[in-house]
Structure formats: C-alpha cells, structure tokens
Design a protein around this ligand. Structure first.
Ligand SMILES: Cc1ncc(COP(=O)(O)O)c(C=O)c1O
Length: 458
C-alpha cells in the first residue's frame, strides 16, 4: 500500500477493539523461571502470592499456559474513556530526518495519568474491588503509576496508599497533588511509617530513595493491614498481560492497512510497556509465523539488560518480595538520582529477561543528553511533549531511521510512545540550560552490587 493511503492517525472502530489480553508466556517453549518464596526458596504457590496480591492477579501471575484472557466488561468500559490509543504515522519526523524509513508510534499518553500505566492500574483495581478489599498499596517512581492507580482506585472507590520515591516526591509536587486530588495518600519513601523504611534510613541516611525501597515499604504496609493488598505497576507477568492491549491494538491497526513492522522499539524500566507492545508480534515470532526485530532501550545509568547478570534476585531492596530470575544490577543498586526518567529499576521483567536470554530480543542503552535531544526534536516536529522514559525509544527509533537514510532501506519502524512529559519540566529545564549530565555506573560499582545477589541456582 502506498504511503499516501496511510492516514496520519489510525484508530480502531469500537467493534475492532481487543476483548482479550494475550499472555505471551503461553507461546514460549522455554518459560520464564518461577518466582521463588524468599522464606523457603521453593516456587511460589497461589497461597504464597495471595498474601501479597489479589487472588485473581496471583492466578494470572502463575498462569503461563493460557494464551488469551477475557478482559472483564467493566474494564473494557473504562478503557473506552481513553482507548483505543492512536497509532500515528510520524510523517513529520520522517521528513525532518529525510529518511526513507516509515515510522509509526503508538501513543499512550492521552489520559490524565499521562501514560500507559492506566491500562494495568484499572485492571488491578477492578480485581481488588471484586475481592472485597478495602484498598491497595503501591510504590511510584516518576509518579505515573501512582497517578494511574489513584485514578483507578477513585473509579472503584478503593483506598489508595502510594509510597513515592523521595526524590520524585520533592521534584514533582504537582504530580503528588494530582494523586491526592484523586484521593490517594502519598508518602515519601523511605519513610518512618514502616519498619523496613526505618531500617533503610538507618543504613543509608539522607538517601533519595529508589523504587526497590518504595516497593518494600508498600508490601509491608499491605501485608500488615487487614483488607489490603499490594499492587505493582511493572515487572510482573500480570502487568505485561494487561499491557498487551497496547500491542494488540497496534497490530490490529497495522493489519488493517497491511503494514508489517520490521523493527519494534520500546523503552524498558521494569518492562511493562515494551512487553505489552511486543507481545502479539513476539507470539508470531515464537510460533514461527513472522519475524521481527525487537529492541529494548534502557538508560545508560541503569542498564539491567545490557550490563546486568541473569540470576535470581530480590525485586525490592528490603528483600521481602518473591525472588525472580531476571537481568539485574542487584537489589541494592542505587541508580543515580540525576537521571530524569522512571526507568531506574534494578531488574527487568522475567518474561523479557528470558526472551532476551534466548536471543529473541535485543537491548541497547542510551545516555540522557542524547535522549533529550531526541525528545526536543520529536516535540518540535510531531507536537507531543514526550516523557523522558518514552524518549529513550524515540532516540533509538531516530537512530534506526538514520541508518536507513545511509543504506537507502525503507524499513518500517514501530515504537511505543508511552507518555507525556508535562511533569518533567525540571529535567527539560536542566537540558535547556545545558546542565544535563548522565552518571554511568562503573564496572566496579555494578560488580559490588552483584556480589550481594542471593546464592540460588537457576
Ligand atoms: C511514561 C513511562 N514510560 C515508561 C515507563 C517504564 O515502565 P515500564 O518499563 O514498566 O514500561 C514509565 C515508568 O514509570 C513511565 O512512566
């Protein structure tokens, strides 16, 4: 099909919207390693996980064989407020770059929380409500997940307690206020409201916090209070399942116009948007029906796939969560606070880690200044002010399009534009003032953190 016939934005009709999520693990011959109970060292059972997570979500976590899961009607109804998200042909960016490549992006920032996180937040709040819980606890890094969860909890009238990484709490007061407006209680982490928070503060006085610390606090808060469970916005298989809505919609929109991407790119923090975007395409690759190149993009300051170790590790700094086999920098790794994005997690989704380990997906890391250069160009030509996290994917999409310019290849590139950057103006300010830097950890620092991995074979 010629370029002219492809609209600037491809939307799906209501009757074309996905009614089921897709679980990519079902098509993996070698499955991700099981989560382990930190107390026994044995694979987690439904009972183990149900102490921490809502029972239905714990079932989804353990189910590696069911390929399609019905999206409950109430979630489909909520999705209609902000879905389908548009698949945009980046004609203006292509022109600016002078590339023969065809660039598409799936824009997930068109809701008040500003990112893809709402896709899973509403699902998790729905299952918590259905179980009759009073509320949920969670952590948030850059703030998008906490905002999304606050919106979802307000919709289902659930109590929402958010532990927000201290540096973000201080740098992003407006995001905090959005959460509070939706009814959430927001606590800077580490805090003195939990035992683990007190311990972390004693060990690292003056720390700016990390996602790993905030997770430990949120888990403690959920498991010590009747009627509460913990919910997590990334990393887990259940979150990738909910986020598969991104890839399913993108694929349906592309199929409508006979477009087949050659390269699919996403930023990777814990891996949820990337996992969701690539899932249906990866399913085809796993079943031998089609081939694609998948690229995970991570920050050079927190390079879990590109410089981490594939091993069992704790998902949190306080070592209270199940152990997961993943590419990790060590649960004690404290990423540089001067990095703007919410990609500062020490590990990576077990599913993506396994796909990467099997050579089915590539990974690359990019430095912050180069990321903001890409963000600036994108904002000026495509009109959307991208989130710093999303801009990692923009950077690599631009680089791949520029390679096509050199070789003359007309490749089709799809990337995930996960959110908007309106609450990241300190970071944009640092970039505009020429004061942005990127701290890249040394091999010694990473080795020191890796030396503390739990000794588990797997
Ligand atoms: C806009 C945006 N994109 C991407 C991410 C990374 O998360 P994940 O790797 O789970 O998609 C975040 C995390 O906070 C985010 O806010």
């Amino acid at each position: 099909m010629s370029n002219e016939k492809i609209p600037y934005k491809i939307y799906l009709e209501e009757n074309e919207l996905p009614k089921q999520w897709y679980n990519v693990r079902a098509d993996m011959k070698k499955k991700p390693a099981p989560l382990l109970n930190p107390a026994t060292g044995k694979p987690c059972t439904l009972e183990d996980l149900s102490h921490v997570f809502c029972t239905e979500l714990a079932k989804q976590e353990l189910d590696e064989n069911t390929p399609y899961v019905d999206i409950p009607q109430e979630i489909q109804d909520f999705y209609k407020m902000f879905r389908p998200s548009p698949l945009v042909r980046a004609y203006f960016l292509e022109k600016k770059l002078g590339t023969p490549a065809k660039i598409y992006y799936k824009f997930e920032g068109n809701n008040t929380s500003g990112s893809h996180k709402l896709n899973s937040a509403i699902a998790q709040a729905y299952y918590a409500k259905k179980q009759g819980l009073k509320g949920v606890t969670t952590e948030t890094g850059a703030g998008q997940w906490g905002t999304a969860l606050s919106m979802a909890c307000a919709y289902f009238d659930l109590d929402c307690n958010v532990y927000m990484v201290k540096v973000s709490y201080e740098q992003k007061p407006f995001r905090r206020e959005v959460m509070r407006t939706y009814g959430a209680n927001v606590t800077p982490s580490p805090s003195t409201t939990t035992e683990i928070g007190k311990k972390i503060l004693e060990e690292f006085p003056g720390t700016n916090g990390s996602l790993g610390c905030a997770i430990s606090e949120a888990v403690e808060a959920a498991t010590t209070k009747e009627g509460y469970r913990y919910v997590l916005g990334s990393v887990l298989a259940q979150v990738l399942l909910h986020q598969s809505i991104i890839g399913l919609e993108a694929k349906a929109a592309m199929d409508k116009y006979n477009i087949k991407p050659d390269i699919i790119i996403g930023c990777a923090g814990g891996g949820s948007n990337l996992g969701g975007l690539i899932s249906p395409f990866m399913g085809e690759k796993l079943r031998g029906e089609a081939d694609y190149r998948f690229i995970a993009v991570e920050p050079a300051s927190c390079p879990s796939l590109t410089r981490g170790t594939y091993a069992y590790d704790f998902c949190d700094t306080g070592k209270v969560c199940p152990l997961q086999k993943m590419y990790t920098l060590g649960s004690g790794f404290m990423p540089s606070p001067n990095h703007a994005g919410g990609l500062r997690y020490h590990g990576m989704s077990a599913t993506l880690s396994e796909l990467y380990d099997q050579g089915l997906m590539e990974a690359t890391s990019v430095e912050q200044t180069a990321v903001f250069e890409a963000a600036e160009m994108f904002a000026r030509v495509e009109g959307i002010l991208p989130a710093p996290e999303s801009s990692h994917a923009i950077r690599v999409a631009i680089d791949e399009a520029l390679k096509c310019k050199e070789t003359g290849e007309e490749k089709t590139i799809l990337f995930g534009l996960t959110g908007t950057g309106y609450f990241d103006m300190y970071a944009y300010g640092a970039y505009n003032d020429g004061k942005m830097s990127d701290y890249i950890p040394t091999d010694e620092e990473i080795a020191k953190s890796i030396a503390n991995l739990p000794k588990i074979e797997g």
